[in-house]
Design a protein around this ligand. Structure first.
Ligand code: AMP
Ligand code: MG
Length: 342
């Protein structure tokens, strides 16, 4: 399904470990900016060095680009991603800062600190970045990433550049060996400085909660904050714990072949379930059955059908291949009884 355009031999680089499958171009930071920009502007993904680990970056305002991130990583679920910004002004257009978060950003940005903040309305960030949440995880990276984002003028969504289940890449060669057959460009900035993911914090009811330990130590943060960190999530939003994922108010019925009275229909592909004409509202994730397009439409479609007032959203079957696994995972979570986590 994924077409990889072979690159001239010289671009494969001396570190490509001789793997034939490894077709990604590796360019040093000093010569990569224009190529990386062109790929991002075209809605493609690029692996970039940051001070934490290498990131697999895509335009955070482009749903198909964000879907490509999940696809390239082979992530079986849509967890929220960190959006990377060039400066505080860009961050302020995306999210609201309470005084404590502002102080932490002032002290640690650019750097390995991620802040979870309330999103501003109409900030242009695609809902697949935040998995439909109304909060967003923001970070300002140092170096090449910051420069790239400033040139693009838009935030970059970027989880670690590794396939799902593998360890995060800290060199361009490790990233190319892992993802090189699925992405076009790895920007080589050498070994990453920190080599650890960013620390994730969220100010909640005046308390500072550590959602994920990372590149900045607790003591350092506490010194700036003038307060102790609260550890662990309050039943929500810990890395890997997606209790707080978006779930519609309506009930969800999956894999339907026949629509019942009063239901809204979440469709996929060209063939409709029986009785579709009587659905009270209809959204098709992708008429042409394209899973990438479906992924990018998923959260907005669920939200729209929820707003239709239907008590149940019927969902047509979606194949499990590729991004279909993550789409089905998210639908199953949305269909699960409220309060159930996982
Ligand atoms: P990664 O991009 O793979 O480094 O992972 C990003 C981490 O940030 C995940 O563990 C998420 O759970 C966390 N995260 C992202 N957005 C949010 C959010 N809005 N609220 C809480 N945690 C978040
Ligand atoms: Mg990771």
């Amino acid at each position: 399904m994924h077409v990889v355009v072979p690159k001239p031999l010289h671009t494969i680089g001396q570190h490509a470990s001789g793997l034939v499958a490894n077709l990604a171009e590796i360019l040093a930071v000093g010569e990569a900016l224009e190529r990386a920009l062109a790929l991002l502007q075209a809605g493609d993904v690029v692996a970039i060095p940051t001070e934490t680990v290498y990131g697999l970056a895509g335009d955070a305002t482009n749903g198909v680009a964000v879907a490509r991130i999940f696809e390239a990583k082979g992530r079986p679920r849509f967890n929220p991603l960190i959006a990377h910004v060039a400066d505080r002004a860009m961050a302020d257009r995306i999210a609201g800062f309470d005084p404590l978060s502002a102080r932490l950003a002032e002290a640690f940005w650019p750097g390995p600190l991620t802040l979870v903040l309330p999103q501003r309305a109409d900030n242009g960030i695609h809902p697949l970045v935040t998995a439909g949440l109304d909060t967003i995880a923001l970070r300002m990276p140092r170096g090449f990433g910051g420069e790239l984002i400033a040139r693009l003028g838009r935030a970059l969504a970027a989880p670690s550049a590794n396939s799902s289940g593998k360890i995060s890449g800290t060199t361009a060669q490790a990233v190319a060996a892992d993802l090189g057959d699925r992405i076009k460009l790895v920007v080589d900035g050498g070994a990453t400085l920190v080599g650890l993911e960013s620390t994730i914090l969220k100010v909640e009811h005046g308390k500072l909660r550590l959602l994920r330990p990372g590149g900045i130590g607790a003591e350092e943060i506490e010194a700036v904050a003038g307060a102790k960190l609260v550890r662990g999530a309050a039943g929500i939003e810990a890395p890997g714990m997606l209790a707080s994922h978006y779930a519609p108010g309506a009930a969800m019925r999956l894999n339907v072949e026949k629509i019942a009275e009063g239901e809204a229909l979440l469709a996929f592909g060209g063939k409709r379930a029986w009785g579709w004409e009587q659905a009270v509202a209809l959204r098709n994730l992708s008429e042409r059955g394209d899973l990438r397009e479906a992924a990018s439409n998923l959260f907005a479609a669920m939200q729209a059908l929820d707003r239709s007032g239907a008590t149940t959203i019927a969902v047509e079957p979606i194949p499990f291949e590729g991004l279909g696994e993550a789409i089905n995972d998210r639908l199953a979570r949305a269909a699960a009884p409220r309060g159930k986590t996982g």
